[in-house]
Design a binder for this molecule. Structure first.
Ligand SMILES: Cc1ncc(C[n+]2csc(CCO)c2C)c(N)n1
Length: 259
């Protein structure tokens, strides 16, 4: 993948690339680069959280695991470890959406959360296909020992939802849902048909998945209007930042084969 593969995440409204973007550990640049064109308005809750947590967000999106997946140099062993753990991760995320049904106060929210749970259970098809090609059955996957990174991330999200309201839960889920659309959009540009991680990239880089992310942005805004207030922001920023850090740790777990 060429160096300029970062373009999709770096295009600002003015089409310029802020210098600060090149360093994962700088403070948020004065104007955070737009995620995926048309994904989230600058004043959306998601864009504000992303801006507030820019160093963590950039470290998640530009993690070496992602870079190596993009240029095809990621060792298959690392990808396998990641996919196996991601299967366990998805089981808990389906539970988090089920919790979202419980925390809903309207039928509309209940339907959305229920549909999110169903979408996750479908997403597992990608994992099952990959793992079958490596000789692993869904039962083998379910029996894998859970890594600490998987446990930390999934239980953190569940705890935010249990302790808080639907807005807290949806914010805790958002780095996962929207971040993968941003990564997919960056990686899909010009990939070859025989790219070793092409199926993964096409799953998250496609228009269908981008719509899932757009819906999540919209839901966050609606819940912020219904339940939010200026007093909610510090807590929501904290949740978004922690979930984003746990996403980066999840890549790191794959890269280092951590248990
Ligand atoms: C570590 C990790 N983070 C995010 C996703 C992506 N993801 C998880 S649930 C969901 C929404 C419904 O499909 C999406 C896109 C993943 N698979 N693994």
């Amino acid at each position: 993948m060429p160096e300029d593969s970062e373009d999709i995440a770096t295009a600002t409204a003015a089409g310029e690339r802020p210098d600060a973007y090149t360093d994962a550990h700088t403070d948020a640049p004065p104007e955070t680069p737009e995620a995926v064109p048309g994904l989230a308005a600058a004043d959306s809750l998601f864009a504000r959280l992303r801006h507030a947590c820019w160093p963590e967000w950039h470290a998640y999106l530009d993690h070496p695991f992602v870079r190596r997946m993009a240029d095809g140099s990621l060792r298959q062993e690392c990808f396998r470890h990641y996919m196996g753990q991601d299967y366990l991760f998805l089981i808990h995320f389906a539970r988090a959406y089920a919790l979202g049904v419980f925390k809903s106060e309207s039928l509309e929210d209940m339907r959305r959360m229920g549909a999110g749970m169903a979408a996750i259970l479908d997403e597992m098809g990608l994992h099952v296909r990959y793992c079958q090609s490596w000789g692993l059955s869904p039962e083998d996957l379910e029996r894998l020992p859970e890594s600490k990174a998987t446990m930390a991330y999934t239980r953190y999200v569940l705890e935010r939802g249990l302790a808080g309201d639907l807005l807290d839960l949806v914010v805790a889920l958002s780095p996962c849902i929207i971040g993968y659309a941003e990564i997919g959009a960056r990686l899909i540009d010009g990939i070859d048909d025989d790219h070793p991680y092409g199926a993964w990239i096409r799953e998250y880089g496609g228009a269908g998945y981008r719509q899932v992310a757009r819906d999540a942005v919209e839901t966050m805004d609606r819940l912020m209007v219904e339940r939010g207030g200026p007093g909610r922001m510090p807590g929501l920023v904290d949740t978004f930042r922690q979930a984003t850090r746990l996403e980066a740790d999840f890549w790191q777990m794959g890269l280092t084969l951590a248990d």
